[in-house]
Write a protein that binds this ligand. Structure first.
Ligand code: LLP
Length: 399
């Protein structure tokens, strides 16, 4: 047994991602690398599993808007979930039909609402009464009826990092259930709006599916409320949030979409004719992306050693912002393992990717892959310290 465990442990630490290292050596680091074959397999799996419930999946553009990535999303025929005018435009530019675009966000500017109206997007996910009033006013100017869904804050814990929890009543998102009655009663006076659905999003990087089960139970209760108000909802949108395995990107590269969608098939009671919509971001693109960086220096301290990379939180902010774990591999060394504090070059102590991380013995100019960085990586890059935004390459380009 012990032998088996040891074997398993060795197996777990030895496996590394497959990368075109020679090609990498010709490129200026740091850069993002997207494995499009993995993305395509992930999209296939999403489609297969979503089909079992006839579900509609909108890709959450906030996770990644790299052109090649978006191209694959469009080819897979997913819709789009947008939170800004810029994202609505990017979805349209990628060729995603406006009839598959949903537009959420607590603070939509007039020009952003107008953009959605101009293109007749599928639905605005609305988060407050003032927003309903403004969309009504702008739709009237367009002589249109805007389709809206109410984003309801279901007060359900997602058991995830507090910065990415969104479905508790203390969060700024959505309409509280206690206000729902009065909000719904406003609709007869909002003559340029058509209420077509309800929307939820309880948080991100959710690995405990029971949170989604609680959401289903809450939605079933709310369906009764809408029935009692004689309101027919055409669709329910349960947002995104499915987590990925950051610890073992090589072993679990595709999240368990089967179990995820099954939770909704088993626990959500759709009414006849209703459609169910999802807004998945991280689970679609996280595992296909890596941040590739070069070791600038290895600095020995009295009790530890630092691997100083040419990538920092300007390229990947998740560890600094959410204390997030990203698996790190030295892809050019097979030497015995040693612990390193893996840090970036930015003038802030929070510019640390990991402490005491076991890497194959590392030296200047080695290449380091920060894994599972396809979601909320490149898109959250900044130019702090006047650094350049990272470039990105795909497996198709470097074949
Ligand atoms: N729908 C709405 C309304 C959202 O706010 C989000 C994410 C999603 C869908 C997509 O959620 P996903 O499937 O990706 O979990 N920057 C953070 C994550 C922020 C998520 C914000 N909202 C991170 O790096 O962990």
């Amino acid at each position: 047994m012990e032998f088996f465990l040891i074997q398993k442990y060795i197996f777990f630490i030895m496996i590394k991602g497959q990368f075109p290292i020679q090609k990498f050596q010709e490129l200026q680091t740091p850069f993002y690398y997207y494995d499009l074959d993995l993305l395509r397999s992930t999209l296939n799996e999403i489609k297969t599993q979503a089909l079992k419930g006839n579900f509609h999946v909108h890709y959450a553009l906030k996770a990644n808007v790299n052109k090649s990535v978006l191209h694959e999303i469009k080819k897979a025929d997913l819709g789009a979930d947008c939170v800004s005018g810029g994202e609505v435009q990017a979805a349209i530019d990628a060729g995603i039909s406006p009839s598959k675009i949903v537009f959420a966000g607590v603070g939509k500017a007039d020009w952003e609402i107008n953009l959605g109206l101009d293109h007749d997007i599928f639905c605005f996910n609305v988060e407050s009464v003032p927003e309903l009033e403004v969309i009504n006013e702008l739709a009237e100017k367009h002589q249109k009826k805007a389709r809206v869904a109410l984003r309801i804050n279901p007060n359900i814990s997602a058991h995830t990092h507090h910065y990415i929890t969104t479905g508790l009543s203390e969060n700024k998102f959505g309409i509280n259930m206690s206000d729902l009655d009065s909000v719904v009663d406003l609709f007869p006076s909002l003559t340029h709006l058509k209420l077509i659905g309800i929307h939820f999003h309880i948080g991100s990087q959710i690995t405990d599916l029971s949170s989604f089960q609680s959401l289903c139970v809450r939605i079933n209760e709310l369906q009764q409320f809408f029935l009692s108000k004689k309101i027919t909802l055409e669709h329910i949108n349960v947002g995104g949030g499915l987590g990925i395995n950051y610890e073992h990107p090589n072993h679990i590269p595709i999240p368990d979409f089967d179990a995820y969608f099954k939770t909704f098939r088993d626990h959500l009671d759709l009414l006849p004719g209703q459609t169910l919509h999802f807004e998945l971001g991280r689970s679609v693109v996280a595992q296909c992306g890596s941040l590739i960086s070069k070791v600038l220096f290895v600095k020995k301290g009295s009790s530890k050693q630092f691997a100083i990379l040419d990538a920092g939180f300007t390229e990947l902010i998740r560890p600094a912002l959410y204390q997030a774990y990203h698996h790190i591999e030295n892809i050019t060394s097979e030497l015995p393992i040693e612990p390193y504090d893996v840090v970036g070059p930015i003038c802030e102590s929070s510019d640390t990717f990991a402490k005491g991380f076991n890497l194959n013995a590392t030296k200047r100019n080695d290449l380091i892959a920060l894994r599972s960085a396809g979601a909320y990586g490149e898109i959250m890059a900044s130019q702090y310290n006047l650094r350049q935004l990272p470039k990105a390459y795909t497996s198709d380009e470097l074949k």
